[in-house]
Design a protein around this ligand. Structure first.
Ligand code: HAM
Length: 421
């Protein structure tokens, strides 16, 4: 156990970390271009926030939350998602007092006690955005456009945007009744979970993976059939905005999201051909959530992208060609008397902005050159006792293997010129 990480978690090792940094940098850059500001909320929140925000009858709240009582007997949950915490922070910090809308983005770990498999983890990272304070359908389209732009800049192929309207509370109520009436006729055929869901949250049956439930769901009434004229009009406008900018989408009247807060537009972006965990982005409108969490009735919309899934796909589609960050210079001291100078020189050159690696193990020149080669450095500074007594070091150009003696005093200026080359 001591040397095993908890199930469903990942170590991100050197070599992988650079890929994460690249993704995070792109997420920040694109968010800023679209006018979003970063927010960082706590990793844990009061459990109540998710009960109210995400919804008590959802899978997340029913069986996936990491909840515990802290030493002060407070009921705490490791955040399973970022929308409810962002809404909480918006209200607590009175961001609504600023000119609206408020556009925020976040990047960070989320926690769900899910069954781990490739692309599904218990600690995973999301890049999410949220817009509070505008009903305008162009905002829905802009949110979807940002996600598509992010994927396009990564070069991802074979994406599909699935789009639906889940309606407003009025038409959702109607849809719920229609679904209950429909599924009740075949209640005994539904899986055990869906039999329990039937009266609490029949929408989730549409999302069930059991083949029988899927078969029964095929002819179930859709949100589209029950959407009221206002919801239909909003949805039509969103589609028109997407058409204007050439974003292709598939209308999916069976798309229901796993969180309760959604109203109107709901969407998912899927990658074809990667199997079960194909959703790389999920989002939609949540016009009732801010009020539910205790604020004024203000609309909201956003999405979250699963970063681990993006990395898996980038690897599958062979889209990563990151240059590893190698040191410029390797310092190779030979013998005890040269150690002090090697130490000083490394620190001095680093302060000048060079990336410097050195030997720490008193190894032979051959072994040190082998390390330098592995680091793919451009130059090795060899410090021998004899040269040192003359105030000189040997500079080895690793590309040509040429070695020149050079005065220690001139080394820095010389390296500056050569490394820039
Ligand atoms: P979600 O659909 O639950 O939505 O999650 C969004 C994305 O996070 C998924 O499409 C997937 O890529 C990734 N994801 C979810 N669970 C896991 C997991 N166990 N392991 C790895 N990746 C996972 C939300 O979380 C909403 N808060 C999105 C949103 C923001 N809606 C409006 N604003």
């Amino acid at each position: 156990m001591l040397t095993t990480r908890p199930r469903g978690t990942n170590d991100i090792l050197p070599g992988q970390v650079e890929k994460w940094q690249y993704l995070e940098e792109l997420a920040r850059k694109i968010s800023e271009q679209y006018g979003f500001k970063e927010i960082r909320t706590p990793i844990f929140e009061h459990t109540e926030l998710f009960l109210r925000g995400v919804g008590e009858a959802t899978d997340i709240v029913e069986k996936e939350m990491y909840s515990f009582f802290d030493r002060g007997e407070r009921n705490i949950t490791l955040r399973p998602e970022g929308t409810a915490p962002t809404v909480r922070a918006f209200l607590e910090n009175k961001l609504y007092a600023n000119p609206q809308p408020t556009k925020l983005f976040y990047i960070g770990p989320m926690f769900r006690y899910d069954r781990p498999q490739a692309g599904r983890y218990r600690q995973f990272n999301q890049f999410g955005i949220e817009v509070f304070g505008s009903h305008h359908p162009s905002v829905d389209a802009e949110v979807i456009a940002l996600a598509c732009d992010f994927f396009a800049r990564l070069g991802l192929r074979d994406l599909e945007v699935h789009l639906n309207t889940v309606g407003c509370p009025d038409c959702r109520g109607k849809h719920k009744e229609e679904l209950i009436a429909y599924f009740q006729k075949r209640e005994h055929e539904l899986c055990e979970t869906c039999q329990k869901r039937l009266h609490k949250n029949p929408l989730r049956i549409l999302d069930c993976k059991s083949p029988v439930c899927q078969e029964i769901s095929k002819n179930a009434p859709t949100t589209k059939d029950s959407a009221c004229p206002e919801c239909q009009a909003h949805f039509a406008d969103v589609k028109e905005y997407l058409d204007t900018i050439g974003i292709k989408y598939t209308e999916d009247p069976r798309l229901v999201r796993g969180l309760d807060y959604y109203t109107h537009t709901a969407f998912e972006i899927l990658v074809k051909g990667i199997g079960a965990q194909s959703a790389i982005c999920g989002g939609g409108r949540y016009n009732g959530l801010i009020e539910e969490v205790g604020g004024q009735p203000l609309p909201g919309i956003g999405f979250a992208i699963g970063m681990e899934r993006i990395l898996l796909i980038l690897e599958q589609q062979k889209l990563f060609s990151l240059q590893e960050s190698n040191p410029d210079i390797y310092i190779a001291p030979l013998g005890n008397k040269t150690q002090a100078l090697a130490f000083e020189l490394a620190i001095k050159l680093r302060k000048k902005g060079f990336k410097v690696e050195k030997d720490y193990l008193d190894r032979s020149l051959k072994a040190q050159l082998k390390s330098a080669d592995r680091f793919q450095v451009k130059f090795v500074v060899i410090i021998g006792e004899e040269e040192l007594s003359k105030g000189q070091v040997i500079l080895r150009d690793m590309k040509t293997s040429a070695q020149t003696e050079i005065s220690i005093n001139n080394l820095e200026a010389y390296l500056e010129g050569r490394i820039e080359e």
